[in-house]
Design a binder for this molecule. Structure first.
Ligand code: AMP
Ligand code: ZN
Ligand code: ZN
Length: 433
């Protein structure tokens, strides 16, 4: 099978992007055998070499932070890397939905993690990133994360944190994984990743993830352009510099992908919209709704016996509110790709330039994300990649983050086994010809 994969990169390419089963791809191999590969005949690596991918997420690293905050190592790394200038996150542009998108190639409504907090009516359970029982419950997740795809095909993986990595999904967890604890020093995370990569070959993971939260936290508390965010960026820059120095000293080559889940906008001056105040004096109507608010959007659920009528009433109230859009679940704009999942609720509220909250919530933060990237380019993220698979001169101006999954699967020689939203063609220009 590996030989077949190496002998026909077009078949692999089509296979990865085509959302069909392995069996069908074997069939297509014969049909396409004479076609010329758009990736060229040279494989990005020797067939006998095992491919490795180290995927690093710097939470909340905005697309322009290299320019704005001038981190020495990351600027240097990006200048000699395959890059996506603006990696566009999926809606809603928050942490869990987008980390899952990066490792499943699916939009949030298709991988099931539709927000950082939501209610799944099929399971009758709430999900929240801070709820350990929920994040480790595999029933919330659909799709095949890269570590599960690897495990299905006998490849080892390791995660030093990644949303979803603590749950059994598609039958597997990563071979090595950690229970999330934001207090673990970044230097400890780096040490462990290097230890994993130094394991004897039979135990060594070929797909490894690493996660840093400092830049996101500073962006929230102090704003994206603050001195504190500048310091966080430059601190993480040093941590990653030390990591990469050690990775480059390994006796084999590793593909290193540095990315982020979303950016950050300055929202300190955004006017607040309080969902509990939308109803004026109509306490009865108010009591028949619940809202899960996340500044840029709100998931709305109607509880009454006449949901339809109540939703019409709410829509009218929202129409009279500045800066707020109301969409029934069935009529969410197509470009948000946010649909067909009961966990979204009955409707959503979306804003471009306000801050949705409730009057009893804690005071809001200075920086926030969650807004959709078309109206707020500050939501865009980064991608810089170096390694034997990449053309380190290649650059793509803008691409959606659904496309990373087929790229990584391709590099790892892992056939994709289930339908995905991403397509290999979009990011294949970043690969060596
Ligand atoms: P957000 O509210 O979208 O800014 O979420 C960012 C926060 O998510 C981080 O500051 C972490 O506290 C939290 N987080 C990130 N990864 C995980 C994880 N794997 N498990 C639990 N919480 C996480
Ligand atoms: Zn995040
Ligand atoms: Zn955040």
């Amino acid at each position: 099978m590996r030989q077949w994969l190496a002998s026909n990169s077009l078949a692999r390419l089509k296979q990865l992007s085509s959302s069909i089963t392995i069996a069908l791809v074997f069939l297509s191999h014969n049909i396409m055998a004479d076609e010329t590969s758009s990736l060229g005949s040279n494989q990005p690596h020797n067939v006998n070499d095992k491919p490795y991918v180290l995927l690093i997420s710097i939470d909340g690293y905005r697309h322009d932070y290299n320019k704005v905050h001038q981190p020495k190592f990351l600027n240097n790394f990006a200048s000699n890397a395959a890059t996506i200038t603006q990696l566009t996150p999926s809606f809603p542009t928050v942490t869990f939905p987008n980390h899952l998108t990066l490792v499943t190639g699916l939009y949030p409504s298709n991988h099931g993690i539709v927000a950082n907090r939501f209610y799944n009516p099929t399971l009758g359970r709430h999900y929240a990133l801070s709820d350990h029982d929920a994040v480790t419950d595999g029933r919330f997740y659909t799709g095949v994360p890269l570590w599960s795809l690897a495990a299905q095909q006998g490849m080892k993986s390791a995660t030093y944190f990644w949303p979803g990595s603590e749950a059994e999904i598609a039958g597997f967890r990563p071979t090595y994984w950690k229970r999330y604890d934001g207090r673990v020093a970044n230097e400890t995370r780096v040490e462990q990743v290097i230890e994993w990569l130094k394991l004897p070959e039979t135990q060594r993971p070929q797909f490894v993830t690493l996660y840093f939260s400092d830049v996101d936290s500073a962006g929230h508390h102090h704003g994206p352009l603050s001195q504190q965010t500048h310091d966080a960026v430059n601190y993480i820059d040093k941590v990653i510099a030390s990591l990469i120095e050690q990775v480059n000293a390994l006796p084999y080559a590793v593909n290193i992908i540095i990315t982020s889940d979303h950016g950050m906008a300055q929202v300190a001056d955004f006017e607040r919209i309080y969902t509990d105040k939308l109803f004026a004096d109509d306490e009865a109507l108010k009591s028949r709704f619940s809202f899960i608010n996340d500044a840029a959007f709100s998931l709305v659920r109607a509880h009454g016996n006449n949901k339809d009528q109540d939703l019409i009433a709410l829509e009218k109230l929202v129409a009279a509110t500045d800066g707020l859009a109301f969409y029934r679940k069935e009529s969410i704009p197509k470009h948000l790709e946010y649909d067909f999942n009961p966990a979204i609720g009955d409707a959503i509220l979306v804003t471009h330039d306000h801050y949705i909250t409730s009057s009893d919530a804690k005071p809001g933060v200075k920086g926030k994300h969650g807004y959709y990237a078309e109206v707020m380019p500050e939501m865009n993220a980064i991608l810089f990649a170096q390694g034997p698979a990449f053309n380190q001169q290649a650059s793509i101006a803008q691409a959606k983050n659904i496309h990373l999954y087929p790229l990584i699967a391709y590099i790892l020689h892992l056939p994709i086994t289930e339908p995905i939203d991403g397509k290999i063609e979009v990011l294949s220009p970043l690969l060596k010809p």
